[in-house]
Design a protein around this ligand. Structure first.
Ligand SMILES: Cc1cc2nc3c(=O)[nH]c(=O)nc-3n(C[C@H](O)[C@H](O)[C@H](O)COP(=O)(O)OP(=O)(O)OC[C@H]3O[C@@H](n4cnc5c(N)ncnc54)[C@H](O)[C@@H]3O)c2cc1C
Length: 498
């Protein structure tokens, strides 16, 4: 076999998936069609949960040096923003960062971990064999056939992996188009998030680096038929003038593009030896800036599970939990963006509705509910039914302060940099750990101001920062439950039978 895992597509999702695999010593190769990274930027935002997962791998500071923190997000570009500053996270902000910068850092990270990246290579076909899977690749030197144990399709919306694996991609086609231009403006608006809306349509303008502004225009009369036609500067100016009464001196476009609201979800995120992640698994109108974020979170869920499988310590139920956990998140993403798309309604009633909702968003509980959803902080995975119930099971953990047994106070995420399981034990070390170097022990004295941790004897924290299970000291046979729980999630499959 040439590699353990082959990844089609070296966008943000392919790059993070590859890094997660390489972190666990898995031989990974990305096959990417583009010779050079794209200089254009679809996404501009990293949301709190994405910042958290990057923090877990020690990349937080690097991203914060490049991006600009903004305390809010938005829902359907309504005038009242989503207040991220009130959320229960250290990353209580949006990081405003062009997608090409995100990709640059992730590519550097992947290369540092030893990921092989074949740029200028296009995947033409994928084949599954009994013992392996294969990519047919067209590169500068001609055709090649690469084999691996598993393949991940992170090859974006038009995914050839998804199509060839015959994974149904169901949903609705586009019936709304919007357009964007990264341009210079002689008379830019003062606001950092400028919106203008009326019966003619809606405009959002945000400043990018180097005196460039992103102008996004959604207008009811822009037909879906135009989706594949290039945008012209004249068209952008005309639409901006129509809606805002001025073209703001628009000139010198750097990038112009058109996008639609097709909403589709892969019915299965896994088919045999093939997995899908990111846009290959879900597409939607880019409302609220969520696609790249959810894709990175897919990668973070898949990487450690697939790595554990390759390393011989992952039961099939755990690998299948990738679909079981992430497919519902994809469904929720589509619903969320479809609701936002409905609100891009610039009829008289639609504008009243937008105003009404904007007012309702002033209520902090409502605002927080939508902010948590958009920030992906409300994602909670199903509790493991084989373990006793506990309110922490399946929950995402923020970067909480821990008082360790030696009295020092440390942040939780600093213990997750190497991508291993973490056993937070309030007491003596369970004996199972001595034969599991891939599980890190953290002996904890206290976790302050977190009542859900009161009485916990041990909790197993997954490499993606969710709680696998927690066992209270009051539970009958607590020590045995802990030992069983460690074996169930982390046991080397060949050790299980010893
Ligand atoms: C206008 C716009 C604004 C957006 N804004 C935001 C935002 O603010 N926040 C946000 O979270 N999301 C946003 N998104 C969505 C975001 O850009 C995508 O969700 C994100 O790019 C998905 O990443 P990915 O790695 O899954 O796919 P992609 O970024 O599409 O990467 C796929 C990669 O696979 C490669 N590839 C494709 N086919 C092959 C092949 N056959 N062989 C080899 N390589 C191949 C491609 O060259 C590409 O590099 C926006 C999207 C649009 C259109």
């Amino acid at each position: 076999m040439d590699f353990d895992v082959l990844i089609a597509g070296g966008g943000p999702v392919g790059l993070l998936t590859a890094s997660e695999l390489a972190l666990a010593g898995v031989r990974t190769c990305i096959v990417e069609r583009l010779k050079e990274p794209s200089p254009f930027s679809k996404a501009l935002t990293l949301h709190p949960r994405s910042i958290e997962i990057l923090e877990m791998r020690g990349l937080g500071e690097r991203f914060k040096q490049i991006g600009k923190p903004v305390p809010s997000g938005h829902f359907a570009s309504l005038k009242t923003g989503l207040d991220f500053s009130a959320l229960d996270t250290q990353a209580n902000f949006t990081l405003f960062i062009p997608q090409y910068e995100t990709e640059k850092v992730l590519e550097e990270h992947a290369r540092n971990l030893g990921v092989c990246i074949l740029r200028g290579h296009e995947v033409l076909a994928v084949r599954e064999h009994e013992e392996s899977a294969e990519l047919v690749v067209q590169g500068p030197g001609g055709l090649s056939f690469l084999t691996a144990s598993y393949i991940v399709g992170a090859d974006g919306a038009g995914s050839i992996i998804r199509k060839q694996a015959r994974i149904a991609f169901s949903g609705t086609d586009a019936n709304i188009t919007a357009m964007l231009g990264d341009v210079s403006l002689e008379n830019p608006p003062e606001s950092h998030f400028y919106t203008c809306e009326n019966r003619e349509g809606g405009v959002v303008i945000v400043p990018l680096d180097g005196g460039i502004f992103r102008v996004i225009i959604t207008a009811p009369h822009m037909p879906q038929a135009l989706l594949h036609e290039p945008v012209t500067l004249e068209e952008l100016k005309k639409e901006l003038n129509r809606i805002c009464g001025t073209d703001l001196g628009m000139n010198s476009p750097v990038w112009m593009s058109r996008f639609g609201n097709a909403s589709k979800l892969a019915e299965h995120y896994r088919s045999g030896k093939i997995f899908l992640a990111g846009d290959a698994a879900h597409i939607h109108f880019p409302a609220g800036g969520q696609g790249l974020n959810v894709g990175l979170q897919d990668a973070m869920n898949l990487g450690w599970k697939l790595a554990a499988k390759i390393n011989g310590r992952c039961p099939d139920w755990l690998l299948d939990s990738y679909h079981n956990e992430r497919h519902p998140v994809g469904e929720a993403l589509l619903v969320n963006t479809q609701i936002q798309t409905k609100l891009f309604d610039f009829t008289r009633e639609g504008l009243y509705l937008r105003e009404l909702l904007s007012g309702i968003l002033e209520f902090s509980d409502v605002n927080r509910y939508l902010a948590e959803q958009t920030a992906a902080l409300s994602v909670q995975y199903e509790a493991d039914e084989e373990m006793p119930e506990h309110e922490l099971n399946g929950k995402r953990l923020p970067d909480i302060d821990l008082t360790l047994s030696d009295g020092t106070v440390k942040r939780l995420y600093t213990f997750l940099h190497d991508g291993r399981f973490l056993l937070a034990a309030f007491g003596k070390e369970p004996k199972e750990l001595s034969r599991m170097p891939h599980v890190r022990l953290m002996q904890v004295k206290a976790i302050d101001s977190r009542p859900e941790w009161n009485g916990v004897k041990a909790a197993l924290i997954r490499p993606d920062g969710h709680v696998a299970w927690a066992v209270d000291e009051s539970m009958e046979n607590a020590e045995q439950l802990i030992a069983d729980g460690i074996c169930r999630w982390c046991e080397n499959s060949h050790l299980q039978s010893v």
